[in-house]
Design a protein around this ligand. Sequence first.
Ligand code: HEC
Ligand code: CU
Length: 355
Amino acid sequence: MRIASWTSLELRHLLKLAGAWMLAARCFAQSGAQSSSSTNIFAPASTPADAIFGLSIFVLAVTGVIFAIVFGLLLYAAIRFRRRPNDDPREPLQIYGSDQLELAWTVIPVLIVIVLFMTSARVIHAVQDARRPKGTIEVVVIGHQFWWEYRYPQYGFVTANELHVPVSDPAHPTPTFLELRSADTDHSFWIPVLAGKTDLIPNHPNSMWIDPHGAGLYLGQCAQYCGTQHAKMLLRAYVDSPAEFDRWVQAQQKTVREDTPLSPVALEGRRVFNSTACVNCHAISGTAAEGRVGPDLTHLMSRETIASGVTPNTAANLRRWVQNPAAFKPGSLMPSMNLTDKEVDEVTAYLLTLH
Ligand code: HEC
Ligand SMILES: [Cu+2]
């Protein structure tokens, strides 16, 4: 087929295809340029994410070479042996069965598949069967519709939605092992810069580990559709320096003292909190509130966001949340408690004392 004989429809398709490729290339280049972006899969910052990234580049390279060879040969054959006006119209010589050819195109692909299989198996083994050195931090992650519970059994406290782990120095590694559980349905824990995805399945504990190379805030997202507010089940991992992490742990271990001096409004808020269903769903350690349906509120004000990263933790947002959680997350499992405006103000004042 000569270019001159191409219909405008074919040309238009070709142009569209070229446009799509250019767009894809631009996206790729941009994601590379913003390698500091906290969710960039091309900028791993932890050993498991690094191993997976290395493997994916290797697989991409091998398949890229295969693509180039096959496509190159195809293009060569199509151009070199295209139909010409004074061609001999008879069918060319037909060749059946060439042992060499058959052997080549069976053995080579089998070898390639074996290499890909072995390298994948090695990475899976290195990630899944890693040993726990001394100094390992253990965290139990429990997925809930639509928020995250984090338990630190070694330190004896529970928190929610904002995971804190220490930086792991390669000379003295302090990795964090996460035991992944679910309270209700399937969720998936995915912080791309730190590790691959792993599902949280009811009655089937999974696990993963991370050893972040640098401090910072790394973001992620529940990666398994788990209900209406799945898209607002965000992940925030704060990687702290060892000293910062120790300080954070010490602060989280403190319980709320009943004799903390409170303003009259906050005192009234505490009374409302303790006399409504808030206590059935939320725990504030050191008080009678021991509910586990919703996030632990003991150190609510130590968190930067509420409702699983959906909105900043400000007095105004807290007030709006308590009044009507559906304003932020329609379908959230916290009901609106139909409190009066005064009661909402009081409860908010109490929540603001939970540092
Ligand atoms: C039926 C159980 C239930 C009751 C009752 C309830 N909550 Fe909640 N609460 C939840 C759930 C579940 C969430 C998590 C929602 C989400 O992020 O999807 C939540 C989230 C919160 C948060 C945000 C916490 C965070 O760190 O993200 C606050 C604050 C809160 N509730 C306060 C209250 C107060 C105050 C009351 C009483 C007026 C109350 N809740 C009553 C279940 C409940
Ligand atoms: Cu989820």
